[in-house]
Design a protein around this ligand. Structure first.
Ligand SMILES: Cc1cc2nc3c(=O)[nH]c(=O)nc-3n(C[C@H](O)[C@H](O)[C@H](O)COP(=O)(O)OP(=O)(O)OC[C@H]3O[C@@H](n4cnc5c(N)ncnc54)[C@H](O)[C@@H]3O)c2cc1C
Length: 505
């Protein structure tokens, strides 16, 4: 994969993007002596490290081989959410009849325009990550090229040697290719190529039902593809009740689910790709025009000279301590290259830890972070902290409270009552260990839990906060009410009754 393939099609929007994140004719600066921090990788983790350190007065160099902004801006969060938004507009128009919308005969998406809109918005957002902004506004030396360690305190890029006091390894991850016979020959899309499409694949087979597979399967189905989603199960790591709601929504929207099936091989017949599947010892075929693969991420470890720098790694990524230090004490890491949680906000949070620990001898710990995440399907599924199974694995007993959205007026009025709010409390206390939300805008609502958990506030604190009526966030308040009710033990009820009876006397 190169920046040229990442910037297809060659449109005005993509040229604006390129001018920001991989400017044609960019001249690398002369290295400026010893740097406080050299950052390899200009995705979220690298950009936050570089901007944060430079902002505090450090001498910083930033190295990016393809596109500044990394996955998130170019081939991840930003384009996917742009496409999802377009698909939701189509879905809402199509289902408008329920709300009395008339005059809509047959709604269909203009895929080309939806993708153009996404590219335009992505180009606009890219200014923030631009090479010129980093150089001119933030004072960072920006090098375009492949960075690689040539000694434990030296990194080479494009024929230059950069000496460092500290380095930040932020090289991220890429799509993993499953070893399916015939798949490479047939050709397939990943997140690196799917956002370059200009025409909708009439039939799309999606292999993998993690967040990326689920989000794009639903979006492409809404935009008009006939989608088949193939995976062991929907969102295998998520709360099972939450995943079940999404599964029902997908079936309702006409996505063919081949769950528990394994892809044995792929064959090309004319323009068609035939996927041979097996389930319960029975084999069958699925025909598609395109295949999208989303089966996990592989860390970008190659060509970095990690052995030369004495940096240990495994197939999951670079090995780091809880303070994000690698086995080379001068080198720290942040983001997808070392994190179990592969999210932009996690890359950002780790970059902040890195700056404190690498440059200012801080002792901030990765394990102290309270990490939320969200899958941007419809409904969205957002989670923070532990699942019940995590608590069980640590021998912690929990009380789980759930409020279905069918009990929340705003969700009912919005026609969005398929969902719930759930919290896991340490048994016998109001301490929240984890929470799951399934709602159309669950991602916007989860931060209330995150703030409470990270600040050590119990669910009683949420109960004290007035929530505007009618909002879907009232589901969270109702969880607090449920907790308060659970404290009304028979003894407390008897005492209250006695008190009230005495008042009447
Ligand atoms: C389709 C999709 C949707 C996503 N949606 C979301 C979402 O909605 N929310 C969310 O939080 N997360 C989302 N993510 C995950 C998110 O994109 C990543 O977690 C985030 O980009 C990680 O940032 P990073 O800086 O660690 O790595 P990256 O963004 O991968 O950046 C690493 C950079 O390092 C560069 N690099 C690698 N090796 C070298 C080298 N040797 N020399 C120079 N440069 C090098 C790469 O070119 C790349 O630009 C999504 C991911 C995908 C694929």
């Amino acid at each position: 994969m190169t920046q040229t393939t990442l910037l297809q099609p060659d449109t005005t929007e993509n040229r604006v993007l390129a001018a920001n994140v991989h400017p044609p004719g960019w001249i690398n600066p002369e290295p400026a002596g010893r740097y406080n921090l050299v950052v390899i990788g200009g995705g979220t983790a690298g950009l936050v490290c570089a901007a944060g350190a430079a902002g505090l007065g450090a001498r910083v160099a930033l190295i990016e081989r393809y596109l500044l902004g990394g996955d998130c801006l170019n081939v991840g969060c930003v384009p996917s959410k742009g496409v999802i938004r377009a698909s939701r507009a189509v879905f809402d128009a199509r289902t408008g009849g329920e709300f009395g919308v008339r005059g809509i005969k047959e709604v269909h998406a203009d895929f080309g325009q939806a993708m153009e809109r996404m590219r335009l918005l992505r180009a606009g957002i890219s200014g923030h990550d631009s090479a010129r902004r980093f150089r001119d506004e933030l004072g960072v030396d920006v090098f375009i090229g492949q960075g690689s360690f040539s000694a434990p305190d030296l990194i080479s890029v494009a024929g230059r040697e950069l000496r460092f006091a500290r380095a930040a390894l932020c090289t991220g991850a890429r799509a993993q290719a499953p070893p399916i016979p015939g798949l490479s020959e047939a050709g397939y899309l990943t997140n690196e190529t799917v956002f370059s499409l200009t025409e909708l694949p009439p039939r799309l087979a999606v292999i993998g039902a993690g967040p990326i597979g689920c989000e794009l399967a639903q979006a492409f189905a809404r935009l008009g593809s006939q989608v088949t989603l193939i995976a062991p199960q929907i969102l295998g790591r998520e709360d099972r009740d939450a995943a079940a709601i999404l599964q029902e929504a997908m079936l309702r929207e006409g996505i063919a689910l081949e769950l528990g099936a394994q892809v044995l091989s792929v064959e090309t017949r004319g323009a068609e790709k035939l996927l041979r599947l097996e389930r319960d010892a029975r084999s069958f075929e699925v025909a598609a025009d395109s295949i999208l693969v989303g089966v996990g991420r592989a860390p970008n470890l190659e060509g970095l000279g990690l052995e030369t720098a004495g940096i240990r790694y495994e197939k999951e990524g670079v090995t780091v301590s809880d303070t994000l230090r690698t086995s080379n004490p001068r080198v720290y890491a942040a983001g997808d290259i070392c994190s179990a949680y592969k999210f932009t906000h996690m890359a950002d949070a780790q970059a902040r830890i890195l700056i404190a620990n690498a440059l200012f001898r801080g002792r901030q710990k990765n394990s102290a972070l309270t990490v939320p995440w969200c899958t941007y399907t419809d409904p969205e599924i957002a989670h923070v902290g532990m699942y019940e199974a995590d608590a069980a694995a640590r021998g912690i007993e929990v009380t789980t409270l759930t409020v279905p959205l069918s009990e929340v007026d705003r969700a009912v009025l919005d026609g969005e009552s398929a969902g719930f709010a759930r919290v896991h409390l340490r048994k016998g206390t109001d301490q929240m260990l984890g929470a799951t939300l399934v709602a159309r805008h669950a991602g916007e609502m989860i931060s209330e839990f995150t703030l409470a958990i990270s600040s050590g506030l119990g669910i009683s604190a949420i109960g004290k906060a007035i929530h505007p009526y009618p909002t879907q966030a009232e589901a969270i308040k109702k969880l607090a009410d449920a907790y308060n009710r659970s404290r009304l033990t028979p003894l407390v009820k008897r005492l209250l009754a006695a008190w009230l009876s005495w008042q009447r006397s």
